[in-house]
Design a protein. Structure first.
Length: 420
């Protein structure tokens, strides 16, 4: 099978969206021949990798905007990404004439409200996994600052505009298969006109990385330690996590809460910890190198991930692989990745109830080392079963075949009458 991947974000040794693009390339190229369409800005990193590492079955094609549009990325990444779709289509159309692809797959960026003009190619088109359909529950809006509410209003406006964009609707209707990171996004895709959808997390781990994390021993003693990881943005919910820890800490005064990451909410969180009398119990480590992050994760008992709308939730997978139970809200990507067998998901009805239930989840885990061990074992099993890149690539190949067969069946048969 000859596959064309559209990967605007695509870099080796990267996390987030560039890592998604790169991991799809590596995983799929083990089973098929892959052409990758990406932007010129990724070229030096990719070619640097290829000078030291062989990547058979992969062909890179770089494209960017004409001179008049090259400065758009400095003004707005979103604008540049949208305009890049036109250039990508023109490049892909030429490649299609040369290669005759079996399937085209858009893998980054992963958001449903921006189109992919590669859907116009005469080839089955797979879209995603895409996200972005998640919202802050209405009952938690009061907990947001004025700036946080403004961000959510702008984000909601962008999604509404996406529904009005005829090119987004075209992409949805032409998709042979649309993959959604969450149930919320799947509903948005169906509203746009997608006929075939599937909820499927975009996050996964490399086999070697999962194996290394799987060797992390469970903690034998010391104070019960909770950890949170991520950019310190308001929608990540760290303020909610801090309030839950404060409630839990009253009954467990020796407990500790480590927060790793940096961002605009850091000063607010530090001030809240001081005002709550948690100066000695809460430690904000700032941004650390990945090696240090994983070392800190090994020194914790539980991952607290209180994100309000997260399509992905990579840290949940890393925690499960390391045998650390996850406490999260039953929202977005974490709500899909984490099950009752691998962690504790908290439903959201009100801010007060959410804080109380998060604290209660920490109580349950602190009280039972046996429960933590059971959740750890099942979390590792879930990673091995569903969240390794090679396993996802195998399933994706079967989805490609289904899309190709379905597309062939839907084409009208060529008969004498139809020709005449």
């Amino acid at each position: 099978m000859k596959i064309l991947l559209s990967a605007y974000a695509c870099r080796p040794y990267s996390g987030s969206e560039p890592g998604v693009g790169w991991n799809w390339i590596q995983a799929l190229s083990q089973m098929s021949e892959v052409w990758v369409l990406t932007r010129q800005g990724n070229r030096s990193a990719i070619e640097g990798f290829l000078r030291a590492n062989a990547l058979p079955n992969v062909h890179f094609a770089y494209c960017d905007l004409p001179f008049w549009g090259q400065g758009s990325r400095k003004r707005s990444v979103n604008l540049h990404y949208y305009l890049w779709q036109f250039a990508a289509y023109l490049k892909a159309r030429k490649l299609q004439r040369q290669v005759d692809f079996d399937v085209v797959h858009h893998v980054t960026y992963v958001r449903f409200w921006t189109p992919s003009f590669l859907s116009l190619l005469p080839v089955p088109f797979v879209w995603g996994p895409v996200g972005g359909g998640e919202s802050v529950p209405a009952c938690l809006w009061r907990s947001l600052s004025r700036r946080g509410r403004l961000y959510e209003i702008c984000r909601d406006l962008a999604r509404r505009l996406g529904h009005l964009d005829p090119f987004v609707r075209m992409t949805a209707r032409r998709a042979a298969l649309a993959l959604a990171t969450t149930r919320d996004t799947e509903r948005e895709l169906r509203r746009l006109g997608c006929r075939q959808t599937k909820v499927w997390s975009e996050a996964a781990l490399a086999g070697e990385e999962a194996q290394r994390l799987g060797q992390t021993p469970l903690r034998a003693g010391g104070p019960f330690r909770v950890i949170s990881l991520g950019r310190l943005l308001e929608w990540k919910g760290f303020a909610l996590g801090l309030q839950a820890f404060e409630k839990f800490h009253r009954r467990h005064p020796e407990s500790q809460y480590w927060i790793i990451g940096d961002g605009p909410q850091r000063n607010r969180l530090e001030r809240a910890a001081r005002e709550a009398g948690l100066r000695d119990a809460v430690k904000l480590w700032g941004r650390l190198e990945r090696r240090e992050v994983l070392a800190k994760l090994a020194q914790a008992d539980v991952l607290l991930h209180p994100s309000l709308h997260d399509s992905g939730g990579w840290v949940c997978l890393e925690a499960m692989a390391a045998g650390r139970p996850v406490v999260c809200l039953d929202l977005g990507g974490p709500g899909v990745q984490v099950t009752d067998e691998t962690g504790i998901k908290v439903g959201v009805v009100s801010a007060e109830q959410t804080i109380a239930d998060l604290a209660g989840a920490l109580e349950r885990l602190a009280a039972s080392r046996e429960l933590r061990g059971e959740l750890a074992a099942r979390g590792r099993q879930r990673i091995e079963r569903e969240f390794l890149w090679d396993k996802k690539a195998q399933l994706m190949m079967s989805l490609y075949h289904d899309a190709v067969c379905s597309s062939a069946c839907s084409r009208p048969a060529v008969t004498t009458e139809s020709v005449v």
